[in-house]
Write a protein that binds this ligand. Structure first.
Ligand code: PEP
Ligand code: MG
Length: 538
């Protein structure tokens, strides 16, 4: 047995085999081959296998996210049959007498470069698709697995690091835990692990030869046991059973009010990143959704999700929540959330860069598509819209003008939409300092403590080395929260917290005393916090 220490992201125990996750991108070596006919057969078999994989993915995606969103897999399968693409690969194998991996990678790069240079957004976007199918083919040829494909059995995923876009594509049914060498506890990958209620360790000295070995992740102690001794295994299985029992006890709180002993009611909502997370919200009996990180719809896709795909997603969430509030945050990409098809330039300082509402106001066609989808979906439930990374009153006014414009367009076409509350995230010190002015423009504030902490303390939330001093309990952060609540209330706004600090149970009483109206937390934290709220007297 070997034991490794890491930093835990979520308390919980996972027992299972380790699976070494390989990044999609990999270098392909050029190798001379003797038997071109055999190499062509090998290529043809791989192509058929890749098409079969895509057909399976298509069927699965149709069930999970609907036909419109699934169409990308169908398109990819068709691209693998494209004559020009196939001819180029065959030609390279035959004329250069090289391995199929090299021929595929070269063709993929050439076609992607050609598409990227075209003066047409549609073709530009195809560059990503052609890279994707080429990568899949190379993976099949070299016997490597494709990113999101975790195999048949549930596994503990091990990786150097995981980007949010990689994490969202993994099959949640197959994920027992994450273990990574890098990463910070405030990154979006860590937040996703909490949302999915999956134990995760970061900062572990991982080793490639662990692949396939039995392991235990102890999210209470931050420990990883490789090939655990019988005694450890028994103890951890016992702990897992206790967790389950504790969970069953919490179940008794389902249907109960979120109210203190002296009668102060609070809205206890949940955070989600995808339509699938709604199941966790309902299972944990949250009173609403306080943060739907809509950018994950973009991260999961290979191309800009169109209005219809987004409308379906928001409508599904609104309908499943059956009249309970669903606060959708508009696109917040940038920093650690990178989407290939946005073709964003590298930045010196992405956390303070071209991101979130800045992109939306700069590229209104993207923003308007999302707003139209949201307004249309609002006819099917209780949707509110929230804007991220606000720093000025002017931004809010620009946004409101765009929303009005879209409402008029919908009116003209006699398309229905509901009464939609509009709010902003308070996650910059600038927003806190002018929260009295901002409150006069919007219906609510939701404090994003993850970013607010990073910008207040000038500590990059992604920087693993600074994880220990990234202190969301810093008095400066707590004063920012109090100021926001006071200014919000003075000018008729309700105020919530949707950052990770909202789930910090050592602060629940403090937040209630500060006058907070709403807390929005990862679904699995709802019932423990309900239990606590019901024991507090203010
Ligand atoms: C936050 O910054 O606190 C927040 C909720 O947004 P995100 O973590 O997605 O940046
Ligand atoms: Mg944020």
């Amino acid at each position: 047995m070997e034991v490794y220490q890491g930093k835990s992201i979520l308390k919980g125990i996972a027992i299972g085999k380790l699976f070494f996750y390989q990044k999609g991108e990999q270098s392909v070596k050029r190798e001379k081959i003797q038997d071109t006919a055999a190499e062509l057969r090998r290529y043809e078999a791989a192509r058929e296998e890749a098409i079969a994989q895509l057909n399976v993915l298509y069927e699965k995606a149709v069930k999970e996210v609907g036909e419109v969103n699934a169409a990308v897999f169908e398109v990819h399968a068709m691209m693998l049959e494209d004559d020009d693409y196939v001819d180029s690969i065959v030609n390279i194998i035959e004329t250069q007498q090289v391995n199929a991996e090299f021929a595929v990678a070269t063709t993929g790069d050439n076609f992607a470069a050609m598409f990227a240079e075209m003066d047409d957004d549609y073709f530009k976007a195809r560059a990503v698709d052609v890279k994707d199918i080429s990568e899949r083919l190379v993976n099949v040829l070299s016997g490597r697995n494709n990113g999101g494909d975790l195999g048949a059995e549930p596994v503990i995923v091990v990786a150097d690091d995981l980007a949010p876009s990689e994490t969202v594509q993994m099959d949640k049914e197959k994920l027992l835990a994450f273990v990574t060498r890098y990463g910070s506890s405030n990154s979006h990958t860590a937040i996703l692990a909490r949302t999915m209620n999956i134990p995760a360790l970061i900062g572990v000295e991982i080793q490639e030869d662990w692949n396939g070995k039995l392991a235990v992740v102890d999210g209470y102690e931050g420990k990883l046991y490789i090939e655990p001794e019988e005694e450890v295994l028994t103890k951890m299985q016992q702990k897992q059973r206790e967790d389950l029992e504790a969970r069953e006890l919490l179940e008794q709180l389902r249907g109960k009010e979120d109210v203190t002993l002296d009668g102060k009611k609070i809205r206890l909502y949940a955070n989600i990143g995808s339509v699938k997370d709604v199941a966790g919200v309902l299972a944990n009996d949250a009173a609403g959704i306080g943060l739907f990180r809509s950018e994950f719809l973009y991260l999961e896709a290979d191309d800009y999700p169109d209005e219809e795909a987004q409308f379906q997603a928001y409508k599904t969430v609104a309908e499943n929540m059956a009249g309970k509030k669903v606060i959708v945050r508009t696109l917040d990409i940038g920093a650690d959330k990178q989407v290939d098809y946005f073709h964003m330039e590298e930045e010196e300082n992405p956390a303070m860069g071209y991101r979130a509402i800045r992109i939306c106001l700069d590229r209104p066609e993207i923003f308007k598509t999302q707003l139209r989808a949201l307004l249309r979906a609002s006819a099917y439930g209780n949707i509110a819209i929230m804007y991220p990374m606000i720093i000025s009153v002017d931004e809010v006014r620009q946004i409101k003008a765009i929303v009005e414009e879209i409402k008029q367009e919908l009116d003209a076409k006699e398309i229905r939409y509901g009464e939609v509350e509009q709010g902003i995230m308070i996650e910059t010190p600038a927003a806190v300092m002018i929260s009295d002015l901002l409150a006069q423009e919007v219906d609510f504030f939701s404090i994003g403590t993850n970013d607010l902490t990073q910008y207040t303390l000038a500590i990059d939330r992604q920087n693993m080395k600074l994880d220990n001093i990234y202190d969301a309990h810093h008095p400066a952060v707590l004063r920012m929260i109090q100021t926001t609540i006071d200014n919000g209330h003075q000018h008729g706004c309700w105020v919530g917290i949707c950052g990770e600090l909202g789930a910090d149970m050592t602060l629940t009483e403090t937040f209630l005393k500060m006058g907070i109206d709403e807390l929005s937390v990862s679904p699995s934290f709802v019932l423990p916090i309900r239990k606590l709220i019901r024991q507090i007297r203010l």
